[in-house]
Design a protein around this ligand. Structure first.
Ligand code: NAD
Ligand code: MG
Length: 395
C-alpha cells in the first residue's frame, strides 16, 4: 500500500504535534512529506530530525534561514523553504495527498484555499480559515473536488453521526447541538472578569491547547467561531445550530434528526481521536486516546450559556445574519483583541467590546464570488478598525 503523503501546516502547534503523534503510530500508512511552522525554530528542527520530511517551511524568513543552517549542520536531507508563499506551494504540491490545516488564524486561509483547489484530502483544524473564507472556501472545495474533513472535535462528532452520503444530510437533520465546556470561567464571579490574567484564561479545565484558542474558549468566542464553521461544513441555517454547555466534555456534539432521534459521539477529550479519524476516514485506526470509562463518570451535566457571562457567543448568529463577510470581520476583530489581551494591552472583558464594536463599524460589501485577496483585504480593514478601538479602550 502506498503511504499517504502528508503536509502538516502548523506542525509545531498543539494540533500539529498531536498529528505527528498519531502519524508515528502508523508508519505503514502515513509519511510526513512536509512540515511547516511560523517562527519557532527549535521545535520544527526537532520534528524534522525525528521524521525527516522532504520539505520544511517557515513563514518567517529569518527563522527559515536558521532552520536551514542547523539542519545542514546536523546532516539532514530536508529541504527548507521560506515565506508564506512556500506554505501555499506545499499545500498544493502534486505529491501531497492530504493536508492537515493546523495554523491558527486567518493566516491559514491562503494555503487552505490552495489545498482545496488542488483537490486534496483537507483536514481542517484551522476554523478561522473557514470563518473568513465562507462561501468562497466551500466553492473552492467543490471546484477542486477536495475531501473536507473536520478536525474540530465538535464538527468531527457531527460528521461521525452523519452518513457518508452528503446528499441526505439536509433531509435528515432537524438541528445540531454543539457542546461547549464553558471554559475556566463558567462559575467565576462575573464582577471579577475584568481582572482575568492571560495565565488564568489559558488554563483550560479539559483540553491543553494553543494560547489563542484557550482564550477563545474562556470567552466562548471559540464556540461562536464553531457555530459559523458548522454553518459552512454542514450547510445549515443559523437557526439549525444550537449550543449547550456540557462541562465534562464527554459528549462532543449531537445531531437531532427530523424524527427527534438524537445521535451523539462520545469519548475522552483527546484531539488525537478526530485527527485519527480525519487521517483514516472512512476507516478507523488506533489513536492513542485512552478508553472512556463510563462507570467512572458520575454525571453528564448540561446548562444553557448565559448571555451576560458569554456575550461573545451570540455574535455568531448576528454575524451570520449580517451582510456576507461579517463573519470575517468578527474573526479579524477577535484575533486582534485576543492578541492585545495576551500582551496585556486589553482587559479580558474588553475582548467582547472590541468584537461587537468592530462588527457594528465595518459593514462588508463583498462581490458574489469573493477572491482570497478580497477576503484578506476585508480582514485587514476590520483589523485596522479593531486596533483603533483597542487603542481607544482604557485598560
Ligand atoms: P498553536 O498556537 O498551538 O499552533 C499554531 C501553529 O500555527 C503553530 O505551528 C505556529 O507556528 C503556526 N502559525 C502561527 N501563526 C502563523 C502564521 N502567521 N503563519 C503560518 N503559521 C503560523 O494552535 P493550536 O491549538 O494547535 O490550534 C491550531 C488551530 O486548530 C486553530 O485554528 C484552533 O482553533 C484549531 N483547534 C485546536 C484545537 C486544540 O485542541 N488545540 C482543537 C480544535 C481546533
Ligand atoms: Mg472545538
Amino acid at each position: 500500500m502506498n503511504r499517504l503523503q502528508l503536509c502538516i501546516l502548523g506542525a509545531t502547534g498543539s494540533i500539529g504535534t498531536n498529528t505527528l503523534d498519531v502519524v508515528a503510530r502508523h508508519p505503514d500508512r502515513f509519511e510526513a512529506f512536509a512540515l511547516t511552522g511560523h517562527a519557532r525554530v527549535d521545535e520544527l528542527l526537532a520534528q524534522c530530525l525525528q521524521v525527516t520530511p522532504r520539505y520544511a517551511a517557515m513563514s518567517d524568513t529569518a527563522a527559515a534561514a536558521e532552520l536551514r543552517r542547523r539542519l545542514r549542520e546536523a546532516g539532514s536531507r530536508t529541504e527548507v523553504l521560506d515565506g508564506p508563499q512556500a506554505l501555499v506551494e506545499l499545500a498544493e504540491h502534486p505529491e501531497v495527498d492530504a493536508v492537515m490545516a493546523a495554523i491558527v488564524g486567518a493566516a491559514g486561509l491562503p494555503p487552505c484555499m490552495a489545498a482545496a483547489r488542488a483537490g486534496k484530502r483537507l483536514l481542517l483544524a484551522n476554523k478561522e480559515a473557514l470563518v473568513v473564507g465562507g462561501a468562497a472556501f466551500m466553492a473552492a472545495v467543490a471546484q477542486g473536488g477536495a475531501t473536507l474533513l473536520p478536525i474540530d472535535s465538535e464538527h468531527s462528532a457531527i460528521f461521525q453521526c452523519l452518513p457518508q452520503d452528503r446528499t441526505v444530510w439536509a433531509q435528515r437533520i432537524d438541528h445540531i447541538v454543539l457542546t461547549a465546556s464553558g471554559g475556566p470561567f463558567r462559575q467565576r464571579d462575573r464582577a471579577t472578569l475584568a481582572q482575568v490574567t492571560p495565565e488564568e484564561a489559558c488554563a483550560h479545565p479539559n483540553w491543553v491547547m494553543g494560547r489563542k484558542i484557550s482564550v477563545d474558549s474562556a470567552t466562548m468566542m471559540n464556540k461562536a467561531l464553531e457555530v459559523i464553521e458548522a454553518r459552512w461544513l454542514f450547510d445549515l441555517t443559523p437557526e439549525q445550530i444550537r449550543v449547550v454547555i456540557h462541562p465534562q466534555s464527554i459528549i462532543h456534539s449531537m445531531v437531532v434528526c427530523r424524527d427527534q432521534s438524537v445521535l451523539a459521539q462520545l469519548g475522552t477529550p483527546d484531539m488525537r481521536v478526530p485527527i485519527a479519524y480525519g487521517l483514516s476516514f472512512p476507516e478507523r485506526i488506533e489513536s492513542g486516546a485512552s478508553a472512556l470509562d463510563l462507570l467512572s463518570l458520575r454525571a453528564l451535566e448540561f446548562e444553557a450559556p448565559s448571555p451576560e457571562r458569554f456575550p461573545g457567543l451570540f455574535l455568531a448568529w448576528d454575524a451570520l445574519r449580517a451582510p456576507e463577510g461579517s463573519t470575517a470581520v468578527l474573526n479579524a476583530a477577535n484575533e486582534e483583541a485576543v492578541a492585545a489581551f495576551l500582551e496585556r494591552r486589553l482587559a479580558f472583558d474588553g475582548i467582547h467590546r472590541i468584537n461587537q464594536g468592530t462588527l457594528e463599524r465595518v459593514i462588508p460589501a463583498l462581490p458574489a464570488q469573493a477572491s482570497v485577496e478580497e477576503l484578506l483585504a476585508l480582514d485587514q480593514r476590520a483589523r485596522r478598525a479593531a486596533r483603533e478601538l483597542i487603542a481607544a479602550a482604557a485598560l
